[in-house]
Design a protein around this ligand. Structure first.
Ligand SMILES: NC(=O)c1ccc[n+]([C@@H]2O[C@H](COP(=O)([O-])OP(=O)(O)OC[C@H]3O[C@@H](n4cnc5c(N)ncnc54)[C@H](OP(=O)(O)O)[C@@H]3O)[C@@H](O)[C@H]2O)c1
Length: 337
């Protein structure tokens, strides 16, 4: 008789985010973590297998050959939703750290498929989306239901972000979402100007929280680099400029590795704000993914596809991450009498 699936496949498992996911999960579930990536020799050296999220048929065969995979952690963005479908059809849980709206919407559409197979997928896993979603929910509840929410993300320009994350950021620069820049204070970083950026949380949160308008903005820890980056926004529509920027960001690391996320919710004259600060967003993204995976395997999360803020058992994750250096800050203003 075949044993109950209990191994975890971490795709992108030797990347900037994936390597930390592998080590955290291996600590909790020794011998049950399988590393995967396109470089077969590298994956095998880590006791893993080759897997390519751009080839769903081969991915299906890999899952069948491994036989006992209970959960897949996607630490790389696939080109489409076919790999997610392969997992959910087989009843395999999915943790997806992807940050592209089109893909998140596509996986959310597989809710019925997942509910039918008994699998759970968790989306919006990481710092942004991820911690942004959890803080948005907190601030929303603190004002008794927000009319609008502003999310601000500060990233450390000195951190060695993975190649896939750099690609995502530069692609995002070429889009110009609606909304004006915002001046806001980020704990530990002072007053900053942040610019609208196409993080997917601002599109999914109106659906999950019932808030009319959510705007997410980005700045870097270096003020001159933030100004230079957003000054290049129009030029970044040209692929050649994006290639140059991607190469520059992969090589030049000016600034620190601290990051911050702030959520401001408003309803009438009620205002609530909460924020987290920490170091190394790749590491913290990985820790969020690891705790979510642990909750899927050991907790009681309902089948179906959920964004992180829809799962009450993960609401306290910012405080849990205090053990890993995250600081949490909250404030609620009541109107003057
Ligand atoms: N939600 C958040 O807050 C958040 C934060 C950071 C990053 N992210 C997302 O996380 C992803 C990974 O970021 P990262 O910084 O870890 O990037 P990275 O260092 O470039 O890692 C990507 C990993 O995926 C593997 N890979 C690439 N293409 C693949 C494919 N087609 N099939 C299977 N494996 C593949 C790479 O190895 P091979 O090239 O050898 O296959 C590598 O191990 C990005 O999509 C980024 O947008 C999300």
């Amino acid at each position: 008789m075949q044993s109950k699936p209990n191994r975890i496949l971490v795709v992108g498992g030797y990347g900037a985010v994936g390597a930390t996911v592998v080590s955290a999960l291996d600590g909790w579930f020794p011998g049950r973590v399988v590393v995967a990536g396109r470089d077969e020799a590298r994956a095998r050296r880590l006791g893993g297998v080759r897997a390519d999220v751009a080839d769903p048929d081969a991915f299906r065969r890999t899952l069948a050959e491994l036989g006992d995979i209970a959960a897949v952690v996607l630490c790389v963005e696939p080109p489409d939703t076919r790999v997610a479908r392969v997992c959910l059809e087989r009843g395999v849980h999915l943790v997806d750290i992807g940050a592209t709206r089109r893909l998140l919407d596509g996986v959310a559409d597989l809710h019925g498929l997942a509910a039918g197979s008994g699998a759970t997928a968790v989306l919006s896993v990481g710092v942004a989306p991820g911690l942004t979603n959890l803080l948005a929910r907190r601030a929303h509840e603190a004002v008794g239901g927000a009319e609008h929410i502003d999310l601000t993300v500060l990233l450390g320009a000195g951190e060695r972000h993975g190649a896939d994350a750099v690609r995502w950021t530069v692609e995002g620069l070429a889009e110009k979402p609606p909304g004006a820049p915002l001046r806001t204070t980020l704990p530990g970083h002072g007053l900053r100007t942040a610019h609208p950026f196409p993080f997917p949380d601002q599109h999914t949160l109106p659906g999950t929280l019932g808030v009319k308008r959510v705007t997410t903005r980005l700045c870097l820890d270096s003020k001159p680099l933030t100004a230079a980056l957003f000054g290049l926004r129009a030029a970044a529509r040209r692929p050649a400029v994006r290639r140059t920027l991607t190469a520059a960001f992969s090589r030049v690391h000016l600034g620190g590795d601290g990051f911050a996320v702030r959520a401001d919710a408003r309803r009438g004259d009620l205002h609530a704000a909460c924020a987290v600060t920490g170091r190394e967003q790749s590491r913290v993204t990985a820790l969020v993914a690891s705790y979510v995976t642990r909750e899927l395997l050991t907790g009681s999360v309902p089948p179906g596809v959920h964004h992180i803020e829809q799962l009450p058992s993960l609401a306290g994750l910012p405080e849990t991450l205090a053990a890993h250096g995250l600081s949490v800050w909250q404030r609620a203003d009541t109107p003057r009498p």
